[in-house]
Design a binder for this molecule. Structure first.
Ligand SMILES: NC(=O)C[C@H](N)C(=O)O
Length: 483
């Protein structure tokens, strides 16, 4: 249970070799997995191969011998990638996603694939076809979703860092629920090549970790232009570590009145009160701002994301790859039965909603209109960032809830993302930082900044973490009787 810098020291001082360090994490995984189910697969043979391959590489690589967990909707060559769906249950990708390739080239060891809501659709990690992940702080509660596995494994200390994907909050919400840091980068900063598409205009890959420095180190490796992703930005990547530790005095922090108080539970508000004292100590100024179009963010998101999903998921037809129902008598019933049996109910709900929104006669009224409101939301953020450096909000309106509590009410589930969705619609970066605990349940605060200013965002988050640091606070292993 160490930071990347601490692991690097271990190698430098020859206190342990890569094999031993990786084994110590596999040991942790063995201890925690029966309780939390954060991983879908641990590729033991492949890990051994990776460790061997590293022997001939330079120990100066930035991620040399660092075990990293990858959300199971990010392709890993020769390692199963299921998207937590029955339809891809046995899918073994023939290539690595660009992010995975970059991690490996920089010395990282891919230690396992983490659980998620099927195709990243959900906020609790309960929509997985392979059973839910549980929150290490209370195994009767959800870890948040959709990247629940990637958050829970960092929270439990099974790995130092992991990757998730965020379409409407899927990195930040689980980071908040499990007491770790999660960053959603600017749209276009990190390549989406090899990320199984859910809603292509919103999806971004980002890191989970315990310290801002670990997040910065990981982002440095995965960010940057990729010709294989047509939406990847040619923006030149700054050094994300340079600003860490520099003062943020007199920075202006915007508090959008639409994201505080209304609809936020008392427990969350109470826990976040402390952050305002921290802001004072950091020497920043607080300004109330208004982003009135955020009122429409949730409906806009559920039109755009479901429309894109209905189109992206059309490829799972039982022909090209993945599950096929062989009992069908003709091709049309083969499509129907394959998709009927292969997809879970939330995925079906989204495909139906999206297909409806895109259908002839409705396209202008729903999809086109939603894209226009999306533009308004983006413009409001652009205006706000002329006045403030950072915008702060709760990451989630509620505490981590109990398994089963929201699953039968999709609207309640969707409302969990009310704070995080506007960020994806605008395309800006945002980070969720552990901000405190309420009855031993983690509460996160979200910081947002303008396009491609991850350097500033990390500088601010680092300054915040100097006052509110939970990086050494780990959940305790539940005793056996509680399972
Ligand atoms: N993928 C995400 O960002 C999760 C979001 N809660 C959704 O269900 O769409």
């Amino acid at each position: 249970m160490r930071t990347l810098r601490e692991i690097k020291k271990i190698y430098e001082n020859k206190e342990a070799n890569v094999k031993e360090v990786v084994e110590s994490y596999l040991e942790k995984i063995k201890e925690w997995e029966p309780y939390i189910n954060a991983f879908l697969h641990i590729p033991y043979e492949d890990i051994e191969k990776q460790v061997k391959e590293l022997e001939s590489k330079s120990p100066n690589l930035p991620l040399y011998g660092i075990p990293i967990a990858i959300k199971d909707n990010i392709l890993t060559k020769n390692i199963k990638t299921t998207c937590a769906s029955k339809i891809l249950e046995n899918f073994i990708p023939p290539y690595d996603a660009t992010v995975v390739k970059r991690l490996k080239e920089n010395g990282a060891i891919i230690i396992g694939k983490t659980n998620l809501d099927e195709f990243a659709m959900g906020s609790s990690c309960e929509n997985s076809a392979f059973g839910p992940t549980k929150n290490p702080w209370d195994i009767e509660r959800v870890p948040g979703g959709s990247s629940g596995g990637s958050a829970a494994c960092v929270s439990a200390g099974e790995v130092p860092v992991s990757l998730g994907s965020d379409t409407g909050g899927s990195i930040r919400l689980p980071a908040s629920f499990t007491g770790v840091i999660g960053l959603k980068p600017t749209y276009g900063l990190v390549s989406r090549f090899g990320l199984v598409a859910f809603a292509s205009s919103l999806d971004q890959i980002g890191p989970f970790g315990r310290t801002v420095e670990d997040i910065a180190i990981t982002l440095q490796i995965i960010a940057g232009h990729d010709p294989m992703d047509s939406t990847s930005s040619p923006y030149e990547i700054p050094n994300y570590l340079e600003g860490l530790g520099k003062s943020v005095k007199n920075w202006r922090v915007g508090i959008p009145k639409e994201l505080w108080y209304k609809g936020v539970s008392e427990e969350v508000l109470k826990t976040l009160e402390n952050s305002f004292d921290v802001f004072k100590e950091m020497g920043v100024t607080i300004e109330e701002i208004s982003l009135p179009s955020l009122e429409y963010a949730l409906p806009v998101y559920y039109i755009i994301s479901t429309s894109e999903a209905s189109s992206n998921l059309a490829r799972y037809d039982g022909v090209k790859y993945g599950y096929r129902d062989f009992t069908a008598e003709d091709i049309i019933s083969m499509y129907k039965q394959t998709r009927g049996k292969g997809f879970g109910s939330e995925v079906k709900r989204r495909i139906i909603l999206g297909t409806y929104a895109l259908s002839a006669g409705y396209y202008d009224a729903y999809y086109l209109k939603a894209t226009k409101v999306r533009r308004l939301i983006r413009m409001e953020f652009e205006e706000a960032f002329k006045k403030v450096d950072i915008i702060a909000s709760p990451t989630s309106p509620v505490l981590p809830f109990k398994l089963g509590e929201r699953i039968s009410d999709p609207l309640q589930m969707y409302l969990t993302d009310i704070m995080t969705i506007p960020v994806n619609l605008a395309g800006i970066p945002a980070i969720s930082m552990p901000a405190g605990f309420y009855n031993n349940l983690p509460v996160g605060i979200q910081f947002m900044s303008s396009f491609f200013t991850e350097d500033k965002l990390l500088q601010f988050a680092y300054a915040y973490q100097q006052f509110v640091d939970f990086s050494k606070k780990y959940p305790t292993l539940p005793n056996k009787e509680r399972v």
